[in-house]
Each structure stands twice: as C-alpha cells, then as structure tokens.
Design a protein around this ligand. Structure first.
Ligand SMILES: [Mg+2]
Length: 248
C-alpha cells in the first residue's frame, strides 16, 4: 500500500474529453460560455450584445485572474440557472474521459489519497466540467480536497509558479505529490521545475516521444484503470525509488 499522497489532477483531457466540434456555438471574445452569458442577458433583461461585451471587458480590465462568477454578477445573471443551461448545452460536446470514472477516482480517495484539481480553468469552470464528467456537486464536496484553478493560484499551469503556489495552498510537500495529466509541459515539466518528481502521464499515444526529466518517475498510463492500479497498488513508491536510484 502506498502512503497517502496528494494527487494534483488535471481536467481537460484527463477527466473530460472534447470529442465533438463545437465551432457552431455562439462565442464572445473566444469563449462560448461568454457567448451564452451575453445571449441570456439579452434575452432576460434586453441587454444589447454590445453592452454585454462592454461589461465583460470591464471585468477583464479590472481583474486578471477572473472567475466565471465575476461575469455572471456583472451581467446580473442567476448563477445556478446559468450553469444548468451551460451544462445542458455542453453535454453534446463535452464527455467524461472514460466510463466509470467516478468509481475509479473513489478508489483513490478510499485509499487515503487527497484529490486536488489543478487546472487552467477558473474554479467555477472546474466545477462545471467535473459535473459534465459525472462528478456532481455532492461528489465534489465529499471527494475533492482542493480546487486549484487559475483564480485561486493566480498563474497558469505552464508556469512553474503555478505549482509552487498550488503546493502552498494545498499545504503539500513536493515529495508527497503526484501530478496526473495529459499535457507534457503543464503536467510534467513545470511541476518538475517546482520540485515534484512523480507523475502519471495519461498518454493518448499519438504524441511525440517524451524523455523523462532527470530523477523523475513518470508513469505513462493509457487510462484511469492503469493509473489507479499504480496509485493504489504499492508499486508507486518502489518505481519512484528505482528511478531515483537509476539516475543517481
Ligand atoms: Mg489537460
């Protein structure tokens, strides 16, 4: 059995997949959620699209590390109603990465590991995507220890400072952290810069070969079953130790 670990889990490409083209969705400033907000503000209170766009730009001007709730407040939209509508609309193009994801993640929390979400999404966007991955609000309250989105960490994952701050916020030591994700730079190289040495790389198998950084244990997994087996099966510590010995 592995000792309890702090697992930093990515969202896009790790818990959720985006297999269907959504380019027909109305967008504003590159975001379809903003497009939907403007549409709702127009319908509900007669806002013109220009007025809604101006309000959104005012939020962005004031706040670099915004959350979607900042826009909802500015546009005077009801948050639960908005998210219900956003979820219904996005079920068509955002799907759980794989079946039985909830059970697989529960095996990790039942094994004593702390589940933290590390994402280039802001907090409320993380909650929304988790719900679309089949991990509802109650499940999140029960199983997720920290939500480390851009608004909380005030950095992006492709910056090593994200990882240093995320570990501070989660009160986690790099030696107790495993980062799980599908983007080599964001989920391996940058946390490595911040001192993390253990990783699960969910490798879709169609990317260029990657070379492990010195002294790192990078487990390439084709899916969550393999990742969970590794994280709960007692081989994690051994493989990390073997890797560290190899590089010594
Ligand atoms: Mg990802």
């Amino acid at each position: 059995m592995n000792p309890p670990l702090t697992l930093f889990i990515d969202i896009d490409g790790t818990l959720i997949t985006h297999p269907i083209d959504d380019s027909d969705q109305p967008r504003l400033l590159g975001h379809w959620l903003l497009g939907l907000m403007c549409e709702l503000a127009a319908r509900r209170a007669g806002w013109t699209m220009a007025r809604a766009e101006e309000a959104i730009r005012a939020v962005q001007h004031r706040k670099v590390w915004w959350d979607w709730t900042d826009y909802l407040r500015r546009l005077e939209l009801d948050a639960p109603a908005f998210w219900a509508q956003a979820e219904a609309a996005s079920r068509g193009f955002l799907r759980p990465l794989e079946p039985r994801l909830r059970e697989k993640l529960e095996r990790l929390s039942h094994a004593g590991h702390r589940l933290c979400i590390t994402s280039n999404n802001p907090s409320s966007g993380i909650g929304y995507k988790m719900r679309l991955a089949g991990l509802g609000r109650r499940w999140q309250r029960e199983h997720v220890d920290r939500v480390l989105g851009t608004d909380a960490v005030e950095a992006m994952k492709w910056d090593a400072r994200f990882w240093t701050r995320a570990m501070d916020l989660a009160e986690a030591d790099p030696g107790d952290v495993v980062v799980i994700g599908d983007t080599w730079c964001d989920d391996v190289l940058m946390p490595y810069e911040a001192g993390v040495r253990r990783f699960v790389y969910l490798d879709p198998g169609d990317r260029v070969a990657t070379i492990d950084p010195a002294g790192a244990a990078v487990r390439r997994a084709s899916g969550w079953s393999e990742a969970v087996a590794w994280l709960t099966g007692g081989v994690l510590a051994e493989s990390a130790a073997a890797r560290l010995n190899d590089s010594a």
